[in-house]
Design a protein around this ligand. Structure first.
Ligand SMILES: Nc1nc2c(ncn2[C@@H]2O[C@H](COP(=O)(O)OP(=O)(O)OP(=O)(O)O)[C@@H](O)[C@H]2O)c(=O)[nH]1
Ligand SMILES: [Mg+2]
Length: 402
């Protein structure tokens, strides 16, 4: 963090003092005369040559500079080199982070979801509508992720994002489009906005993974016919919009802020969609499940990220994942009151004839987050002696998950 902010400050030093820099990456779109040493007149000459931004300047080749008679070649060369330095530095800093876009109408629950995932439960009730874009470095899961929470009020939707789409919609890895599952009246509005967003992404040739989040799927609401009908209409509407666009395939997840595990599952699904290693993790879990004769298995971090799971049936998958998340919450509680964290956690369900068992495999990231391998099995003892083999294979994949 400190190294990071040090570097970003160094980049700021190249700019004139009247230039306001909110976000590091936007400087590449500034005009060349925002740089110290580049005057307005030269900048205008550059503009006439099609060199409109610092990015354009950086994309010139020092070995093959254009001839601009009003600008001395060695001047231009120096500016290009500085622009290239800035570009490289910024790209390096940005590349380390995955960009997560949170989009949807106002009051949908975007900011609340981000609060829950960071365990900021107490701010939920005092949240105000987000003004413009709020960016945050999320420090959950130990992976570097920057969330862009695009406030959904109509003035931002209409006047800000679509006027300068390249500032908001480029280089996103994941887009979570949040729809209030308890607000049938606003489905048409939510759907129109979704279509506009996909259009802009298409124009920019940006193809993030898209997940539709059905927020406010509270336990009591889910039982009502009204909720089920609303969700069906949302899915019909959104599926038909996605079909208008070739590149986008969409998935759905439902969440409620009253059950943190629904939010962790949704994030896991989203991250798995962009992970390079999640498929290999699932292959290894498949092998594991067969070897220990289990019905399902899952790899879950102590803070609730599901790296992958394998099962023959959806019910078993839901069982193993939900049990893992809830037992880990319990384990976190024990840990918080000073009890030693167990290496092995198990829940026997004798009437149903199976056990859900989790084994701590290792800790990952600088935050030393424990990762557990969970299984749902009729014969959990078959696990003995098999762990080490899988542990060795899984650890490097976890480190490269994102
Ligand atoms: N019942 C219920 N209410 C929720 C849930 N999530 C959020 N809310 C409420 O919905 C309201 C809006 O939540 P926000 O997170 O501020 O919505 P937002 O999408 O960030 O809204 P903008 O910032 O205006 O775009 C708040 O009153 C939240 O308490 C949920 O899962 N269930
Ligand atoms: Mg908000």
């Amino acid at each position: 963090m400190s190294e990071n902010s040090g570097k970003s400050l160094a980049v700021k030093d190249f700019f004139k003092s009247n230039i306001l820099i909110n976000e590091l990456d936007e400087v590449l779109r500034f005009k060349p005369d925002s740089l110290i040493g580049v005057d307005k007149i030269s900048s205008d000459h550059l503009f006439d040559e099609g060199i409109k931004t610092i990015d354009d300047l950086a994309n010139l080749s020092v070995a093959n500079l254009p001839e601009i008679k009003e600008i001395l070649p060695n001047m231009l060369q120096k500016w290009v080199k500085i622009a290239q330095l800035i570009q490289k530095n910024i790209k390096e800093q940005m590349r380390r982070h995955k960009k997560l876009l949170m989009i949807g109408l106002d009051n949908g629950g975007k900011t609340s979801i981000l609060a829950i995932v960071q365990d900021k439960f107490s701010i939920i009730k005092s949240l105000l509508p987000t003004r413009g874009v709020k960016r945050e470095k999320l420090d959950f899961f130990g992976y570097p992720i920057i969330s862009w929470d695009l406030g959904g009020q109509v003035q931002y939707r209409e006047k800000l994002y679509f006027n300068r789409p390249e500032l908001f919609f480029t280089e996103a890895d994941i887009m979570l489009y949040v729809v209030d599952s308890q607000d049938p009246d606003r489905i048409p509005e939510a759907a129109n906005y979704f279509r506009e967003v996909l259009k802009v992404l298409e124009e920019l040739h940006e193809i993030p993974s898209v997940l539709i989040v059905l927020s406010k799927s509270d336990q009591d609401a889910r039982k009502t016919l009204q909720w089920q009908q609303t969700v069906t209409s949302i899915k019909n509407k959104f599926n038909s919009i996605a079909q208008e666009f070739e590149e986008f395939s969409i998935d759905y997840c439902d969440t409620t802020i009253f059950q943190r595990e629904t939010i962790m599952q949704m994030f896991s699904t989203a991250l798995m969609k962009v992970s390079d290693t999640s498929e290999i993790i699932e292959n290894i879990l498949e092998e594991f499940t067969h070897q220990v004769e289990a019905k399902a298995s899952s790899l879950v971090s102590m803070d609730g990220l599901i790296f992958g799971s394998y099962t023959g049936s959806d019910t078993d998958e839901m069982l193993v994942n939900n049990t893992a998340l809830l037992l880990q919450t319990l384990s976190n509680f024990y840990n918080s009151i000073g009890l030693i964290r167990e290496k092995s956690i198990r829940l026997d369900l004798p009437l149903n004839g199976f056990t859900i068992r989790g084994e701590k495999l290792f800790e990952y990231s600088e935050l030393q987050i424990p990762v557990y391998l969970w299984m749902l099995s009729q014969n959990p003892e078959l696990l003995e002696g098999k762990i080490e083999y899988f542990k060795e294979q899984l650890l490097p994949l976890i480190n490269l998950f994102l």
